[in-house]
Design a protein around this ligand. Structure first.
Ligand code: NAD
Length: 260
């Protein structure tokens, strides 16, 4: 059923987005790959996906901090691939600092990339999805869309906003065959969290791996990081027909972090 659909995954040059791209491509889903990468590296990535999985793949390096670039990203995807049936708003950035000392440019960048970009991508994708009477919108939020943590004011504000946006879009799309959900992961083993691990290692004079364990177990009862592929498999399920009644949900995948 998903064979021949087109998925646009923002931030699919790394981490969760890249792993999800592999999971979806293995099921024959055509891809618009996206992220901060040079055009030649991006073209190579898309060609590698096409060769490995026999799918159509396209790369776009749109900067999500710029609204016009997001508009062009969606338009380009629809023009070249025929549609955007599955939109995965995954790209995100992090900066940790107390609210009192949080740099304004970091606040603005996190809100723009982690929250506003998802709104713009959804807004520009909806006419195409509605014309087909089918769509899947999956917003990669975080446990920080459900609970707070110190030094993450911008990230938590953006991710809570993304959960709210998910609920509203699910209501607005409920009769159009389009589901809208947010996934709320705990710790996932990707480059996004390396700065946080390195900073603990430095402060406490311990190894990177020891710091990683400390970071995970500080809040997450399950004492291991998730592999990004696990999120990809969950996203694949949300795209399936079996998941057509799951909409408007903020789905934790967090090793019992938010069960406390
Ligand atoms: P990552 O750093 O491995 O990948 C981030 C991706 O976003 C990259 O492809 C990057 O190029 C892209 N990106 C960043 N800024 C961009 C911009 N201005 N324009 C276009 N693309 C941009 O991170 P990840 O851990 O895979 O994170 C993916 C999502 O998962 C993020 O939204 C993150 O908040 C969320 N998340 C991650 C974790 C975790 O523990 N890693 C936990 C919960 C939620």
């Amino acid at each position: 059923m998903l064979n021949e659909k087109v998925a646009l995954i923002t931030g699919s040059t790394s981490g969760i987005g890249l792993a999800t791209a592999h999971v979806l491509a293995a099921k024959g889903i055509n891809l618009v790959l996206h992220g901060l990468m040079s055009p030649s590296e991006g073209e190579k990535l898309a060609n590698d996906f096409s060769a490995k999985y026999g799918i159509k793949a396209l790369f776009d390096g749109a900067n999500l901090a710029d609204v016009e670039s997001i508009k062009r990203l969606i338009q380009n995807a629809v023009d070249k691939m025929g549609s955007v049936d599955i939109l995965i708003n995954n790209a995100g950035i992090q900066h940790t600092e107390s609210a009192e000392n949080f740099p304004l440019e970091k606040w603005n960048a996190i809100i723009a990339i982690n929250l506003s970009a998802a709104f713009h991508a959804i807004q520009y994708s909806l006419p195409n999805m509605k014309s087909k009477g089918w769509g899947r919108i999956i917003n990669v939020a975080s446990v920080h869309g459900l609970v707070g943590s110190v030094n993450k004011s911008a990230y938590c504000a953006a991710k809570h906003g993304l959960v709210g946006l998910t609920k509203v879009l699910a209501l607005e799309c409920a009769e159009q065959g389009i589901t809208v959900n947010a996934i709320c992961p705990g710790w996932v083993d990707t480059p996004l969290i390396n700065d946080q691990i390195s900073s603990i290692a430095k402060q406490q004079d311990i190894t990177f791996d020891e710091a990683k364990y400390k970071l995970v177990t500080a809040k997450q009862p399950l004492p291991e990081m998730m592999a990004p592929e696990q999120i990809g498999e969950f996203i694949l399920f949300l795209c399936s027909d079996s998941a057509r009644s799951i909409t408007g949900s903020a789905l934790p995948m967090d090793g019992a972090w938010t069960a406390q």
